[in-house]
Write a protein that binds this ligand. Structure first.
Ligand code: PEP
Ligand code: MG
Length: 580
C-alpha cells in the first residue's frame, strides 16, 4: 500500500531509501540478518534469555527482603505474566524465523507493538503499565547481551545494511543523533519533535533530509519498506509508485546539480550588490564538523556547541581532551574567529544520557546553560581553562549561553579571571585579551541590552531560544510547533532592537540561531542591519548567493515596513515581495 505522511520539514533535500525502524534510546538495539543456518540457534538464544529473565524474577520473589514494600511481590508477578504473554514469548520467535532477524531486534519490535496499544488506553493505570512491559523486556535484553547496547550496536546495524537507510523512530534525543553522526544514513524521520529542537539541528548539520512530527510513522511503516523523504516539503512517501519515484529521482538529480553550482561560490567574498561586506560564519557541534566548515568557505566558526562533546559518555571529558578539541578547531580556522560557547547542558541535552530532564519540573527553564555552569564551578573552570589554552592557537572567543542577569556575567568574568590565574601558575600560554560575549536568547536580555553591552565584547542572538521564550513554546514539542513563528511581531521587534542597539553602541552582533540559515529570512535580517550570520555549513553557500543578489538600499525600507505591520497576512505578503 502506498501512502503519504506530512510532518515538519527540518532538513532539506530528497532521499529515496529503505525504512530502518529504531526503538527509543533506552531500548535501542542493533538489527542484523542472521545466516540461514543460524536461525535455529538464534531462536534458542531468545528462549534461553527468556528463561533466564523468568528465573531471575522467581529468584527475586523467593528472596524478598522483609522490609520491601508490599507491592514488590505483585510487581514481580506482573513482570512474569508480561513475559509469558504470547506477544512477547512467541511472536518474536516467528519474527526471527520469518525475517532471519536477530533476537534482540525481534523482541523490541514486538514490545513496541504492544506498548503502542498501551498509549491509546483511556485508563491511566493501564497506560502506565507500558513502563512495566519495557522493564520486563529490558531484563530479557540484558540476559541476551550482557548490557551494552547503543553506539556499537548502531555501528553494527549501519555497517551491515544497505547505504541508503532511512531511520524511522518515534523520538530521537540530541545524544542519539550524535551517535548517528558517525554512521551513514540517508535520512531521518520521527513521530515527535520540533523544528528547532537540537535533534532537528543535528539532523540539519548532517546535511541529509529529515522530517519530524510525523505522528504515526513508526507505527505505520514496516522495516525495509521503500520510502521517499522530501525534507524540504516535510513529506514522507511510503511505497511510492514508479511514476512518483521517477519524478523524485529527477528532482534529486536537479538538487545535486544545484549543490555543485553553489560550490563555485566558495571563495567569492560575501557582499551585497551595493558592496557591503557580510560575514558568514558556521555553527558546529563536534570538531569533526570542521571538514564541512572549510569546504563551505566559512569565514569563522560563529557557534561551537561544546556541550555535544559531553553527551553519550559516562565520564566528563577532562581538560586535556577538551583543550585538544578546541585547539584543533582554532588551528583549522588559521587565525579566523572561533566562537566557543560554554556548556549549554540541560533542557533537551542531558548529561550522561541521564534522562535528567524528566526529573526537572520544567527543563527548558531550569538549571540549564550558564545557570548549570555557575552551579558546577569545577566543571566550568575546567572548560574555561581548556578554552583559554586553545586561545593561544587561534582567534578564540568565549560565548555565554542563556544570560538573563548581569550577575551571571559578572560571576563568569570572575571565573575566567581565576582560570587565567590557574594557567599563569602552570605557566601555560593563552590570549590575555580573549573576548567574552553573550547570547541574547532570553527576552529579558534583549530588553535590557545596554546592561550587558557594558560588560561584554560582542553579542550573538540565539533565535531558537529567543522564540521559544518569547512565545512560551517548547521548541521540542511538536504539539505547539505550529505556533513557533519567527515572524511574530514580538520576535521581530526583539531581534531588530537588539541589532540596532548593539550596532549603535559599537558592539558586534551576530545571529546564530536557525533564522540565520533560513533563506526566507536573509533579506529581512540584512534590512534590519545584520552583518554577521552564523549557520550550519550546509546552508552557507545558498545564503551567500542570496546576499550576492541583494541590494541593501532595496531591502531596508521593506524591512522597516514589515516591522511596523500588525497584520500577520500582510507580513507574509511583504516577505514574499522582499524575496521576489
Ligand atoms: C539558539 O538558541 O538560537 C542557539 C543558537 O542555541 P541552541 O540552539 O544551541 O540552543
Ligand atoms: Mg540556545
Amino acid at each position: 500500500m502506498n501512502f503519504v505522511l506530512h510532518g515538519h520539514a527540518v532538513s532539506g533535500g530528497i532521499t529515496v531509501g529503505y525504512a530502518h525502524l529504531v526503538s527509543t534510546a533506552r531500548l535501542e538495539v542493533a538489527h542484523y540478518e542472521v545466516d540461514e543456518d543460524k536461525v535455529d540457534a538464534e531462536v534458542k538464544r531468545f528462549d534461553v534469555a527468556m528463561k533466564l529473565a523468568q528465573d531471575e524474577l522467581y529468584e527475586l520473589k523467593a528472596h524478598i527482603p522483609a522490609d520491601a514494600p508490599a507491592e514488590f511481590s505483585a510487581f514481580l508477578d506482573l513482570h512474569r505474566m508480561i513475559l509469558n504473554d504470547s506477544a512477547l514469548s512467541q511472536a518474536p520467535r516467528e519474527l526471527i524465523r520469518e525475517r532471519r532477524a536477530n533476537a534482540e531486534w525481534a523482541l523490541v519490535q514486538q514490545m513496541e507493538r504492544l506498548t503502542e496499544r498501551f498509549d491509546e488506553m483511556e485508563d491511566a493505570y493501564l497506560r502506565e503499565r507500558k513502563a512495566d512491559v519495557q522493564q520486563a523486556v529490558e531484563r530479557v535484553l540484558k540476559a541476551m547481551m550482557g548490557g551494552a547496547i547503543t553506539s556499537d550496536s548502531l555501528a553494527q546495524a549501519a555497517a551491515t545494511e544497505e547505504q541508503k537507510l532511512i531511520v524511522v523512530a518515534h523520538d530521537l534525543s540530541p545524544a542519539d543523533m550524535i551517535l548517528f553522526k558517525r554512521h551513514k544514513y540517508g535520512g531521518f524521520v520521527t513521530d515527535v519533535g520540533g523544528v528547532t529542537s537540537h535533534t532537528a539541528i543535528v539532523a540539519r548539520s548532517l546535511g541529509i533530509p529529515a522530517i519530524v512530527g510525523l505522528h504515526h510513522a513508526r507505527q505505520m511503516i514496516s522495516e525495509g519498506e521503500t520510502v521517499i523523504v522530501d525534507g524540504t516539503q516535510g513529506l514522507l512517501i511510503v511505497n511510492p509508485d514508479p511514476i512518483v519515484l521517477a519524478e523524485y529521482r529527477a528532482r534529486q538529480a536537479e538538487l545535486k546539480t544545484e549543490r555543485k553550482r553553489l560550490k563555485r561560490l566558495k571563495s567569492t567574498p560575501a557582499a551585497t550588490v551595493d558592496g557591503t561586506p557580510i560575514e558568514l560564519f558556521a555553527n558546529i557541534e563536534l570538531p569533526q564538523d570542521m571538514t564541512e566548515v572549510l569546504e563551505a568557505g566559512a569565514e569563522g566558526v560563529g557557534l561551537f556547541r561544546t556541550e555535544f562533546m559531553f553527551l553519550n559518555r559516562s565520564e566528563l571529558p577532562r581538560e586535556e581532551e577538551q583543550f585538544e578539541a578546541y585547539r584543533d578547531v582554532a588551528k583549522a580556522m588559521k587565525g579566523r574567529p572561533v566562537v566557543l560557547r560554554t556548556l549549554d547542558l540541560g533542557a533537551d541535552k542531558a548529561l550522561n544520557g541521564s534522562g535528567e530532564q524528566h526529573t526537572m519540573p520544567n527543563p527548558a527553564m531550569g538549571l540549564r546553560a550558564i545557570r548549570f555552569c555557575l552551579a558546577e564551578p569545577q566543571i566550568f573552570l575546567t572548560q574555561l581553562r581548556a578554552i583559554l589554552r586553545a586561545s593561544h592557537y587561534g582567534k578564540v572567543r568565549i560565548l555565554l549561553p542563556m544570560i538573563a542577569h548581569l550577575h551571571e556575567v559578572e560571576q563568569t568574568l570572575v571565573f575566567i579571571a581565576s582560570a587565567k590565574q590557574q594557567l599563569d601558575e602552570r605557566k601555560l600560554p593563552y590570549d590575555k585579551a580573549v573576548e567574552v560575549g553573550g547570547m541574547i536568547e532570553i527576552p529579558a536580555a534583549a530588553l535590557a541590552l545596554p546592561i550587558f553591552m557594558k560588560r561584554l565584547n560582542f553579542l550573538s542572538i540565539g533565535t531558537n531560544d529567543l522564540i521559544q521564550y518569547t512565545l512560551a513554546i517548547d521548541r521540542t514539542d511538536d504539539a505547539v510547533a505550529h505556533l513557533y513563528d519567527p515572524l511574530h511581531p514580538a520576535v521581530l521587534t526583539l531581534v531588530a532592537n537588539t541589532i540596532q542597539t548593539a550596532t549603535r553602541g559599537g558592539c558586534p552582533v551576530a545571529v546564530c540561531g536557525e533564522m540565520a540559515g533560513d533563506l526566507q529570512m536573509t533579506r529581512l535580517l540584512l534590512g534590519l542591519g545584520l552583518r554577521n550570520f552564523s549557520m550550519h555549513p550546509s546552508q552557507l553557500l545558498a545564503i551567500k548567493e542570496k546576499i550576492l543578489r541583494t541590494r541593501l538600499a532595496d531591502v531596508q525600507t521593506m524591512a522597516q515596513r514589515i516591522l511596523r505591520t500588525t497584520d500577520p497576512a500582510k507580513t507574509r505578503d511583504m516577505l514574499t515581495e522582499l524575496n521576489a
